[in-house]
Every structure is written in structure tokens, then in C-alpha cells.
Design a protein around this ligand. Structure first.
Ligand code: ADP
Length: 218
């Protein structure tokens, strides 16, 4: 379903979000104070506007209340990021997602009603660290400080075993939610079918349990 997004702040993060959403077929409205940033996303946005996110009259004028999602990706100017978030939330936008610079900024954003707070640099750092420290982890999403979802390559040691035999829930406290083979994703894997070498296991669990599973089984 086509959704309406407004992206305020078009640095590296905001502009790449803008491009991705546009390529996914959504309607994207891009706002930045800097005209050169607006020019750079012209081909990847439905509408553009040179303006300041902290300007209440501007938000009113562009009808910010009509958007399903507003992404505030203002960089270093924490004050502007907070004020913009506050104004957007005042317009009752249901999903306001904001990029935070640090933990204090994060806390304030949550207090004033941001629905989701990102730390792209930190999140990317954790993902890269996970690839670097493991030959088998292909991708990684942090759900919270303790929980994550990983995509893990099934190696020789695991192949031939069934989910019943492995029983990761009982033995490790984590769950295999899907198995990927080439482009096919099986979200209801047969518990009695042997895992093939090269299958990709998509697993959810406490990070320590996921590590125990990887180290115990591979
Ligand atoms: P990143 O780390 O994602 O590259 P930057 O700090 O480089 O972030 O970019 C932030 C963007 O937000 C810049 O393009 C800047 O012009 C824009 N910006 C800063 N303040 C405002 C504001 N008050 N309203 C709209 N855009 C803003």
C-alpha cells in the first residue's frame, strides 16, 4: 500500500531513507533548510520544500498532519530536532521516527512522544562488529539491548540435523523463525526436515543465547 512519508533533514541518513522509500513506491515529501540538499533528492521524492522543520507555520502549510509517517533526520542540531519532533507530534502524526545523536537526545525524544528513535551510526557499528567477529552471521537486527534477530549460515556441523534434533528453544532459549534457501524463504519450516548445508537460518533470541547456539552447534 502506498503511504505518505515526510522526511525532514536530508543528510546522509535522511536522503538515503528518502531514496529507499521512493523506490519502494511510496509518496515522499522532502524538507531541508539547505537548497543543495533538496536539489540532490529531486529525482527521488514526490515533493520537495526548502524550509525549517522548527517553523510551525511551514508545517501547517505543508499539511504535516496528513502524513502517516514523519522522519526527523536533522543531524547535529539537537535543539532543532527536538523542536521539530514536538511540533510534528502536536499535529497528531501517528508515526514520528527520529534520528538521535546520543542517549540524552534519545531520552528527550521518547519523553516528547517520538514513536521510534534511531541511532544509525551505533546500529551500523553493531552490525559490522557482528559480521567481523563471525564467519557465519550474514545479517543482524538489534531489537533491544538484549534481543536480536540474526541470519546465520548453516555449516557442515548443523546440516543433516532436523529442528526437532537441534531443539534450539529447549537447548539454547532461541527460536528459528524461518529458513532461507536461495531466494525462497520458508516461514513454517518442517521440523522433521534435515537442514541443508548453505541454508540460512533466521533466528530470534537473547544475544547471549544466540552466541551459545552458534558456538555450540557450529
Ligand atoms: P547525517 O549524519 O545523516 O549526514 P547531517 O547532520 O549531515 O546528518 O544532515 C542533517 C541535515 O538536516 C542537513 O541536510 C541539514 O541541512 C538539515 N537540517 C538541519 N537543521 C534543519 C532544520 N531545522 N530543518 C530542516 N532541515 C534541517
Amino acid at each position: 500500500m502506498r503511504k505518505q512519508f515526510a522526511v525532514i533533514g536530508l543528510g546522509r541518513f535522511g536522503s538515503s531513507i528518502c531514496k529507499e522509500l521512493y523506490h519502494m513506491g511510496h509518496e515522499v515529501f522532502a524538507i531541508d533548510t539547505d537548497e543543495t540538499k533538496i536539489t540532490a533528492v529531486k529525482d527521488f521524492s514526490t515533493y520537495t520544500f526548502v524550509g525549517n522543520g522548527t517553523d510551525e507555520a511551514l508545517l501547517e502549510k505543508v499539511g504535516i498532519r496528513n502524513f502517516n509517517y514523519v522522519i526527523v533526520a536533522i543531524g547535529d542540531d539537537i535543539q532543532a530536532s527536538i523542536l521539530t519532533t514536538l511540533h510534528v507530534k502536536d499535529h497528531n502524526v501517528p508515526n514520528v521516527w527520529v534520528k538521535a545523536q546520543n542517549n540524552y537526545h534519545h531520552k528527550v525524544l521518547e519523553k516528547i512522544g517520538a514513536d521510534r528513535v534511531f541511532h544509525p551510526e551505533k546500529e551500523m557499528g553493531s552490525r559490522i562488529a557482528a559480521y567481523l567477529t563471525s564467519d557465519t552471521v550474514l545479517d543482524y537486527i538489534d531489537l533491544s539491548a538484549d534481543y536480536s534477530i540474526i541470519e546465520m549460515l548453516a555449516t557442515k556441523k548443523i546440516s543433516g540435523k532436523t529442528l526437532i534434533e537441534l531443539d534450539p528453544r529447549k537447548n539454547y532459549g532461541c527460536t528459528i523463525i524461518a529458513i532461507k534457501q536461495l531466494d525462497k524463504v520458508d516461514v513454517t519450516p518442517d521440523p522433521a526436515a534435515p537442514i541443508q548445508k548453505g541454508d540460512i537460518l533466521i533466528m530470534i533470541g537473547d544475544k547471549r543465547d544466540l552466541r551459545r547456539f552458534r558456538e555450540g552447534e557450529l
